[in-house]
Design a protein around this ligand. Structure first.
Ligand SMILES: *[C@@H]1O[C@H](CO)[C@@H](O)[C@H](O)[C@H]1NC(C)=O
Ligand SMILES: *[C@@H]1O[C@H](CO)[C@@H](O)[C@H](O)[C@H]1NC(C)=O
Ligand SMILES: *[C@@H]1O[C@H](CO)[C@@H](O)[C@H](O)[C@H]1NC(C)=O
Ligand SMILES: *[C@@H]1O[C@H](CO)[C@@H](O)[C@H](O)[C@H]1NC(C)=O
Ligand SMILES: *[C@@H]1O[C@H](CO)[C@@H](O)[C@H](O)[C@H]1NC(C)=O
Ligand SMILES: *[C@@H]1O[C@H](CO)[C@@H](O)[C@H](O)[C@H]1NC(C)=O
Ligand SMILES: *[C@@H]1O[C@H](CO)[C@@H](O)[C@H](O)[C@H]1NC(C)=O
Ligand SMILES: *[C@@H]1O[C@H](CO)[C@@H](O)[C@H](O)[C@H]1NC(C)=O
Ligand SMILES: *[C@@H]1O[C@H](CO)[C@@H](O)[C@H](O)[C@H]1NC(C)=O
Ligand SMILES: *[C@@H]1O[C@H](CO)[C@@H](O)[C@H](O)[C@H]1NC(C)=O
Ligand SMILES: *[C@@H]1O[C@H](CO)[C@@H](O)[C@H](O)[C@H]1NC(C)=O
Ligand SMILES: *[C@@H]1O[C@H](CO)[C@@H](O)[C@H](O)[C@H]1NC(C)=O
Length: 817
């Protein structure tokens, strides 16, 4: 299996056309600490792109999902497994190391072993922290310096000790390793052993995933280098013994999980001591073999520079002109790109759940977040990785029966809305991702989402399919005896299922499945069935928003339910809007915001909202009144939806409204959880000047935040360029007056993926006022329904809706692509 992969990827590697990076190093503009506080929950430590080993200092912050935080919390350990940007509860953080210069009086029991008590030795000064792609370092107030770097499955930690401990004893360092994780989820029977002679620590334990069902077992193997071993043993709670070398430990019934682990003490701390920890989901033997193969010589400098080089290669496809712009703009951009490649994680060869020669990726955390811009971003900069991710999703379907919606630590994560892996597959399919992907099986997987209801739709597929098919919407208080899940979110699920079906129809079209194409086009119009044309919206204080026509819940008997369109908005601190049983009919977002989630048929939606001018007023109200919040993913596309109303200039303006005001290159600079790298990809796309409508071969054009951007396609080797004429670094001139594509006038406000694969050149001439560019109906981005209603002929569709009958008469030809 390993050999096969090596062959596949050598072949692929030869297709990569490295750019001459002389004079420009994107890594100079990456700050991994962005999002390290204020709930960004970013993983700021050392990792390879998509790496499984992710080494960082863990703090005891209450918001420690990424492990390390810069919020005044203290360090409790140095662990190897992490996720990035997650919400909910902390993920991974397994098998923390901690170090002491010596134990008081030379008595090991005087060293603090449990996580809680060792925290008082974990203080540090903010300016002692250094983070670079591939390397992380910190100096604790105790004087111990910890630096870390990684290979794919192995972390290498370098501890440098002061000559004397705080109580004046010469150094006699103790390094412990704890059977713990960030969320203290360890179950019964964790085991650890230390080899008396070599000091090698091996072990494993069972833990819980942070946003999913089930559990996972992780194994590790730690070796040391740099000093003679004095003694070693195990600890339980606050007591340790050099006589005992093996431990199996219970979770305990209180104070859990009971602290336990192993330690090694060294004769001297005169030289740095290196600790090499490898992890595996297969066995300790596999962990040890990763360690020995990946870092045979404990050469910190070599591992660190290889990691840096791996990042430099991944970042090299995108080059921006730094002329005239502030360093902070460039740092915002490249740091965003960097964060798109921390998660998902490549666990190929590490999946104990099924035998397969396909790649295995994990930490899709979660696809509801990732489908919108992160995976589409990687489709441009790292199509080879996206092909492997798609193959992994399809292989997961083959072995577990369903595409995942969220997946972490080998487990099924909770579904938030639709079966959004359908959007991911369609996006990749339409953009020509092919390398080794079995699209027939991929198509079978998305069709299963649409046709077969899982018994438990907590974590895959869709619920309420009988009602969906009979009524054309998900009813509030549905009757469903076939499958079980949280019976909320009827509006957001209806809107997402409708879009999922559109995505399936696009794949069907490409695969020549005409009947299926028509069928899923039909159901992709189901969103209209929840549109209540006479619905008003009032603020809590009774003031009318002035807008009429909103999605509303509907019962099984086709009568309307009611949810205040502003509930679950950014301004509603009271409603329950997540996966709770008491949750509302829209997930983590209001009816106001979900009211724009018809990505495939903006023309019909706009017609229902009263035409383009009314649509623009509504979008402005959504943003200007803070009904939406850019820190959650449903807001992303709404920034750019002005394009569909023939106002591409307003998309540009709105993008500058949020960047940099809500995205600053500082630890507290992110507006919300990065969600793997979703926020990072929003930044990168927005600043690059092309934003995807995910699941479609469409990028909406706005001026880049830089004078020019070059994007070299890693497989074709062709370079696409976007160049601004009249570039204004104060961002007053952000309105496109005219454009050329490969030298010819270009009037459409959108472009397709061939821009990247064929390396085209888009030149935008900017001005300080909106222009007529991109305003004509024939220049608008594709919409399934007709834009004809723009001049007042939209009443027909309202009549259809009022009858509650599904009828969808648009045509594929409108797509023209
Ligand atoms: C370190 O920075 C964080 C976030 O900016 C801040 O909360 C904390 O107080 C700082 N610590 C010190 C010692 O300045
Ligand atoms: C973190 O540890 C420090 C030092 O022991 C302690 O003062 C602080 O209360 C801890 N914070 C949390 C959230 O546990
Ligand atoms: C832990 O080990 C004990 C003793 O071997 C066994 O009875 C118990 O079932 C194990 N628990 C788990 C969760 O594996
Ligand atoms: C301790 O663990 C090691 C490694 O797993 C094993 O080889 C050894 O037999 C164990 N010793 C005892 C006394 O159980
Ligand atoms: C983009 O590529 C062109 C053509 O090779 C080159 O002249 C230009 O300097 C590049 N721009 C950047 C920002 O690298
Ligand atoms: C994922 O890991 C496998 C096995 O180590 C490797 O062959 C493959 O190239 C990796 N994929 C990416 C995108 O790095
Ligand atoms: C009611 O609240 C809205 C939204 O906060 C505000 O715009 C409006 O001015 C308020 N009206 C009154 C009468 O206070
Ligand atoms: C429809 O169903 C709802 C919810 O069960 C109920 O409140 C309403 O009275 C019903 N209306 C009709 C006309 O049956
Ligand atoms: C809607 O939001 C308002 C404002 O937060 C809150 O007072 C009200 O309870 C919410 N209604 C429901 C049904 O959640
Ligand atoms: C929206 O929020 C921003 C920042 O949180 C604030 O500055 C602004 O005043 C708010 N606008 C309204 C209309 O409440
Ligand atoms: C731009 O618009 C402003 C305000 O509408 C107007 O005063 C100005 O003359 C316009 N500039 C150009 C170059 O058209
Ligand atoms: C208005 O719509 C009608 C019907 O689609 C069309 O024939 C006509 O050309 C449109 N007029 C304009 C000015 O776009």
């Amino acid at each position: 299996m390993t050999l096969l992969f090596a062959l596949c990827c050598l072949a692929l590697a030869s297709k990569v056309f490295p750019q001459n990076t002389a004079g420009f190093d994107p890594l100079n503009y990456v700050d991994p600490l962005i999002g390290g506080s204020n709930g960004g929950n970013v993983f700021p430590g050392a990792s390879l792109p998509y790496g499984m080993a992710k080494a960082v200092a863990d703090t005891n912050s209450t918001s420690n999902q990424g492990g390390f935080t810069l919020d005044g919390a203290v360090v409790t350990g140095f662990s190897t497994m992490h996720d990035s940007g997650t919400g909910g509860s902390p993920s991974l953080g397994n098998f923390a190391l901690f170090a002491y210069t010596s134990c008081p009086g030379g008595d090991i029991d005087q060293c603090a072993f449990p996580k809680k008590t060792r925290a008082k030795f974990g203080g540090f000064a903010n300016n002692s922290v250094s983070a670079r792609p591939g390397t992380f370092g910190i100096t604790l107030n105790s004087g111990i310096q910890a630096e870390m770097t990684t290979t794919h499955h192995t972390s290498l930690f370098k501890f440098t000790f002061p000559s004397f401990s705080p109580d004046g004893q010469p150094s006699q360092p103790l390094i412990l390793q704890d059977l713990t994780d960030l969320s203290d989820s360890r179950q019964d029977n964790g085991t650890v052993s230390v080899d008396p002679t070599t000091g090698r620590i091996t072990g494993s334990a069972r833990f819980l995933p942070s946003f999913g069902s089930g559990n996972y077992v992780l194994y590790f193997c730690t070796d040391f280098s740099g000093a003679d071993i004095l003694d070693n043993g195990i600890f339980v709670n606050s007591r340790a013994s050099t006589a005992v070398k093996n431990l199996t430990i219970s979770r305990s019934i209180n104070g859990y999980p009971l602290p336990g682990g192993a330690f090694v003490r060294f004769a001297s701390g005169a030289n740095p001591i290196l600790a090499r920890t490898a992890v595996s989901f297969i066995s300790t033997a596999q962990a040890c073999s990763h360690a020995e193969n990946e870092i045979p010589g404990f050469d910190f400098a070599a591992v660190s520079s290889a990691a840096t080089e791996a990042w430099r290669t991944k970042m090299s496809p995108i080059k921006v002109s730094t002329n005239l712009v502030s360093q902070s703009m460039v740092t915002n951009f490249y740091s965003g790109i960097y964060r798109t490649m921390i998660n998902p994680q490549n666990y190929t060869g590490e999946n104990p759940l099924w035998q397969s020669s396909e790649p295995y990726f994990d930490s899709f955390y979660c696809i509801w977040d990732l489908f919108r811009s992160q995976l589409p971003f990687l489709t441009i900069t790292d199509p080879e990785a996206v092909a492997q991710m798609v193959r992994s999703l399809i292989d997961t379907y083959q072995h577990l029966g369903w595409l995942p919606d969220c997946r972490m630590s080998l487990n099924k994560g909770y579904t938030q809305g639709g079966s959004n892996a359908d959007n991911v597959l369609a996006d990749a399919y339409l953009k020509g991702i092919a390398d080794g992907v079995d699209w027939d099986t991929g198509y079978a997987a998305v069709v299963k989402d649409a046709e077969v209801e899982p018994y438990d739709w907590c974590c895959e597929g869709r619920g309420g399919l009988d009602s969906w098919k009979a009524l054309g919407y998900i009813p509030v208080q549905d009757f469903d005896y076939k499958g079980f899940g949280t019976m909320t979110r009827s509006i957001s699920r209806t809107l997402e299922y409708a879009y999922n079906d559109f995505c399936i129809s696009q794949m069907a079209d490409g695969l020549g499945k005409t009947t299926d194409k028509e069928k899923y086009i039909e159901s992709s119009g189901n969103w209209q069935n929840l549109f209540k044309a006479d619905q008003t919206s009032f603020w809590w204080n009774g003031t009318d928003t002035g807008f009429v026509g909103f999605f509303e819940p509907r019962f099984l008997n086709k009568t309307w339910g009611y949810q205040n369109p502003l509930n679950c908005s950014n301004l509603d601190d009271f409603s329950v809007c997540s996966l709770q049983n008491t949750g509302r009919e829209t997930f983590e977002s209001s009816i106001w915001e979900y009211g724009f989630f018809v990505p495939h048929d903006q023309a019909t939606l706009m017609t229902m909202y009263g035409g383009p001018a009314a649509f623009v007023r509504r979008l402005d109200y959504l943003h200007d009144k803070n009904i939406t919040y850019i820190g959650n993913e449903p807001a992303f596309l709404t920034v750019f939806q002005y394009h569909y109303a023939g106002r591409p200039g307003l998309s540009a303006k709105r993008s500058h409204f949020y960047i940099p005001a809500y995205f600053r290159p500082t630890p507290d600079g992110l507006p919300g959880n990065d969600d793997s790298g979703a926020m990072g990809s929003f930044l990168a796309f927005s600043m690059m000047g092309l934003f995807p409508n995910p699941g479609q071969n469409v990028y909406l054009i706005t001026p880049p935040y830089f004078e020019s951007v070059n994007i070299t396609h890693p497989l074709t080797g062709k370079t696409a360029t976007i160049r601004n004429i009249n570039f204004d670094p104060t961002y007053q001139a952000i309105y496109i007056q005219s454009a050329t594509l490969n030298g010819s006038p270009y009037t459409k406000s959108w472009i397709d993926h061939s821009f990247f694969t064929e390396g085209k050149e888009l030149v935008l001439t900017l001005g300080r006022n909106e222009s007529s560019w991109g305003t004509r109906v024939q220049d608008l981005p594709p919409s399934f329904g007709s834009y004809a209603g723009f001049n007042g002929t939209y009443s027909a569709r309202r009549a259809i809706n009022a009858r509650g009958v599904r009828s969808y008469t648009g045509g594929f030809d409108r797509w023209g692509i």
